[in-house]
Write a protein that binds this ligand. Structure first.
Ligand code: AMP
Length: 250
């Protein structure tokens, strides 16, 4: 069985985001970049299936600038077998990424593709769903548990009020939620071994995909600052403020 995992290079989750002064986006110059946290979970899941003997080949894919190859290397150091990098220097919208993924799926014919539930930079939460629609495949989103069978996969999802388990026919698209697993740190020997694993480079044009943006960002601004709280003397004081200042009760 062959599995593809998607790894997006995003601003590290520990970095305090700064909005550019011209309000066209966020500052990415000299900012630490890392693998999207939900994608680390996708890689870990793929590697565990590989180690359990359920999967024979695990391919890590990334779309974006040249440095995406570092992100793919991290996936290779965690245990993926090989990588595919689709080189593109401009921003890629989720639909464009989903179309690139479809082209890779057409060429590689995997049984399952695991992506993050969302990228922490654009917070779109769209790529996996769009990919499943483009391919006409089953989808199991926000997976908190996966049990792979022969030709099927059971996906447990955290939903309001409980857990839902879906039985999907393969091939399928899975998107990972936080509780699916705890990603490993790559060991030094595995980081060294990963340097020898192959990364194939291609482009949107080679894959025959038009990635022209369809959306226009009007402006990006900082969230408004939260005002300091205020202590009230008693319940009557609170009710007075809610009624006369916040005007949320009558
Ligand atoms: P999004 O729909 O943008 O929130 O992204 C959801 C998931 O799609 C991410 O967690 C990644 O697994 C995958 N993805 C999105 N963009 C890329 C990209 N440029 N390269 C690789 N994977 C991506």
């Amino acid at each position: 069985m062959k599995v593809v995992v998607a790894v997006k290079r995003v601003i590290d989750y520990n970095v305090k985001i700064r909005v550019k002064s011209d309000e066209t986006g966020v500052e990415t110059e000299n900012v630490k970049m890392s693998m999207n946290p939900f994608d680390e979970i996708a890689v870990e899941e793929g590697v565990q299936l590989r180690e359990n003997g359920m999967v024979d080949e695990l391919i890590a894919i990334s779309m974006g600038p040249q440095q995406c190859q570092e992100t793919i290397r991290t996936a290779l150091a965690m245990g993926a077998d090989r990588g595919i990098h689709v080189a593109h220097d401009e921003e890629l919208e989720p639909l464009a990424v989903a179309k690139l993924m479809r082209a890779i799926v057409d060429a590689e014919s995997p049984d399952m593709i695991i992506v993050g539930k969302q990228a922490i930079d654009d917070d779109s939460n769209q790529t996996g769903q769009m990919l499943a629609a483009l391919l006409g495949w089953s989808q199991g989103t926000f997976a908190s548990n996966l049990v792979l069978g022969e030709g099927n996969v059971a996906v447990t999802r955290e939903i309001d009020g409980g857990l839902e388990t879906l039985n999907l026919k393969l091939p399928a698209v899975i998107t990972t939620d936080l509780r699916l697993n705890t990603p490993r740190y790559a060991s030094l020997p595995n980081i060294m071994k990963a340097k020898k694993k192959p990364i194939e480079e291609t482009t949107p044009a080679n894959l025959g995909v038009d990635v022209k943006p369809r959306l226009t960002t009007l402006k990006v601004v900082e969230p408004s600052k939260r005002e300091a709280g205020e202590m009230v003397e008693n319940v009557a004081g609170l009710v007075n403020k809610l009624r006369n200042e916040a005007k949320v009760i009558s």
